[in-house]
Write a new protein. Structure first.
Length: 280
């Protein structure tokens, strides 16, 4: 498994980059690419319901909803539509896929085999799963490519994905359902933690506004400490915990038989199962 950091410039990108689907994740990726030097004139966006921000980008040179025949030679297609719409969308992309084109899909659950059936057996396909911290350049993406992806295409895909955060590559596509459950859905679990912590503070007598502030800053600050520290999470947890103290009393509940680990394991298993169901 190899990692790619988000320090790569896209100023030397050649050809056209087609973004299919520009919702929250697609738009975050586009912002990251432009911020890393990708020329707006190199980008074509296919999005039937463009936001006002996307429409403004058209004035800078980004091509909005061009006819497929007018796109030109395509170096990369990034597919960022919802998996439920994949069947209708993907088959229409075949004219964009040339001999040197790499398709990067960030659709949850949709397999490389599904994409190859729609795009042709010779298509170079990378399946990837980013997460929403991509919006601030702090995402984590896991990617896997098929045998048609050459070294240059993998490097291009890595550069595009690294624009929104760290990238990890795996060789086994079978891991992607669990990846989706852990990191793809994971931000929601963290936000729920902040929400639940605030509600618990109110139940303990804190004013709601103060409880919300304490929970937000504690979760975000602890996350930043985890990001910067070389220590494993278990060690950081132990560093906060004094024997017989208040933290230990809380952890006796959270780490009990039916505590956080059991709940999280069940949650990730449910998300993994749903990811497999989406594959059809």
């Amino acid at each position: 498994m190899a990692a790619t950091q988000n320090n790569e410039s896209l100023a030397d990108f050649r050809g056209r980059l087609v973004l299919v689907g520009a919702g929250k994740m697609g738009s975050a990726m586009l912002e990251g690419w432009l911020g890393r030097g990708l020329k707006p004139a190199s980008v074509a966006v296919i999005e039937p319901q463009p936001s006002s921000e996307l429409t403004k980008l058209a004035a800078s040179g980004v091509s909005m909803n061009p006819a497929v025949g007018d796109v030109g030679e395509v170096s990369a297609v990034v597919l960022a539509v919802k998996p439920q719409t994949a069947q209708q969308v993907v088959s229409g992309l075949r004219p964009l896929i040339g001999a040197g084109t790499v398709l990067v899909s960030i659709m949850a659950g949709r397999t490389i085999a599904f994409l190859a059936r729609e795009l042709g057996k010779d298509a170079a396909i990378v399946r990837a799963m980013p997460n929403t911290p991509a919006a601030i350049g702090r995402g984590i993406t896991v990617a896997v490519g098929n045998a048609r992806v050459g070294a240059a295409q993998r490097a291009l895909a890595a550069g595009l994905l690294a624009a929104i955060g760290k990238v990890e590559w795996v060789d086994d596509e079978g891991l992607m359902d669990a990846v989706t459950a852990v990191s793809g859905s994971g931000p929601a679990y963290v936000f729920l933690l902040a929400e639940a912590l605030a509600q618990a503070g109110v139940a303990a007598g804190l004013p709601p506004t103060l409880a919300a502030t304490l929970a937000r800053e504690t979760v975000s600050g602890s996350g930043e400490l985890l990001h910067r520290s070389p220590l494993p999470p278990a060690t950081l947890r132990q560093n906060v915990t004094s024997p017989g103290g208040t933290t230990a009393a809380a952890l006796d509940v959270l780490m009990g038989r039916d505590g956080l680990q059991a709940v999280m394991t069940a949650a990730v298993a449910a998300a993994t199962k749903r990811s497999r169901e989406l594959a059809g």
